[in-house]
Design a protein around this ligand. Structure first.
Ligand SMILES: Nc1ncnc2c1ncn2[C@@H]1O[C@H](COP(=O)(O)OP(=O)(O)OP(=O)(O)O)[C@@H](O)[C@H]1O
Length: 270
């Protein structure tokens, strides 16, 4: 079996803190994963490893058939799209939206090659259309709303035609309308067989787009609470254990909801 992602015993320690603890995780071609867990569970750290930005303290991480520590990460990274708050902060507010997307291709070509100019421009436009932000192509990034920025960031992450796309909390900071638009766009992406393997980090089950297939549920200290097909993992029992709170989970119309059980509301965490 050739996995898109194969983590074996991945542990990350910083000083005396264990951020990820002996984590095993395998992701196959065609899968769309949600990574859910409470604040500080280690989700962003895990995505840093999955995007070849960090090496584990111990254990092995194999991404797209290449094992970290035995591969030039600068060749591996363009094959993995990443959209995260940390990367978004590096986008200059004065840059045109079109250029924010196109310049992601520079990382692959290493330099501007004229013959790619038109192809890149066409792909960037297609991506802006796909995420409903093509009308903003000639605006500067700094003038966009948070929801519009999130969609531009995802278009940018897709520009290199990655085999794996990692979205670290794309719904953070969005209002209800922005969240619903994003969920719709991500649902379309998830349903398209041409899309790369998707890993989506979120705190909120309401943000899970229809079409996602699997879930990695992390509990405190980077321990896996449950992992596998979404409907099997996303149960009240598993979610309650991961968040340390008695929770009720409901599912309907392809979407998920979670709230504190009446007996637990106002009582706080275990
Ligand atoms: N360099 C570091 N040194 C010490 N602790 C760290 C370091 N980086 C992260 N941590 C800690 O590791 C834990 C996991 O952090 P991480 O950002 O991966 O969690 P997360 O699940 O993404 O959290 P959130 O949901 O709040 O974004 C946190 O308690 C954080 O304080």
């Amino acid at each position: 079996m050739s996995w898109v992602l194969d983590l074996q015993g991945v542990t990350v320690r910083r000083g005396t803190t264990t951020i990820l603890d002996e984590l095993d995780w395998q992701v196959e071609e065609g899968e769309r994963w949600i990574v859910l867990g409470p604040n500080g569970a280690g989700k962003t750290t895990l995505m840093q490893i999955a995007s070849a930005r960090m090496h584990p303290t111990s254990g092995t991480a194999t991404l797209l058939g290449e094992t970290l520590g035995r591969v030039d990460v600068f060749e591996l990274r363009p094959r993995i799209g990443l959209a995260s708050a940390a990367l978004a902060e590096q986008i200059p507010g004065g840059e045109l939206v079109r250029d924010v997307v196109i310049t992601a291709a520079y990382g692959v070509t290493g330099r501007w090659r004229e013959q790619y100019e038109e192809l890149d421009a066409r792909r960037a436009t297609q991506l802006l259309v796909a995420f409903g932000v093509d009308a903003l192509a000639d605006r500067t990034y700094g003038t966009l709303s948070e929801g519009e920025r999130k969609r531009v960031q995802i278009a940018r992450a897709l520009m290199t035609d990655p085999e794996l796309l990692i979205l670290d909390e794309p719904g953070a900071g969005l209002d209800l309308g922005g969240r619903e638009e994003l969920v719709g766009a991500l649902s379309e992406l998830a349903s398209d067989p041409r899309s790369p393997v998707l890993l989506l980090v979120t705190h909120h089950v309401e943000e899970i787009p229809p079409g996602f297939t699997h879930m990695l549920l992390l509990g405190a200290h980077g321990r896996v609470q449950a992992s596998g097909p979404l409907a099997e993992v996303l149960t009240a029992e598993n979610l309650s254990a991961a968040f340390g709170l008695d929770l009720i989970v409901a599912h309907g119309g392809g979407r998920w909801l979670a709230r504190a059980a009446a007996s637990a509301a106002g009582r706080g965490r275990h």
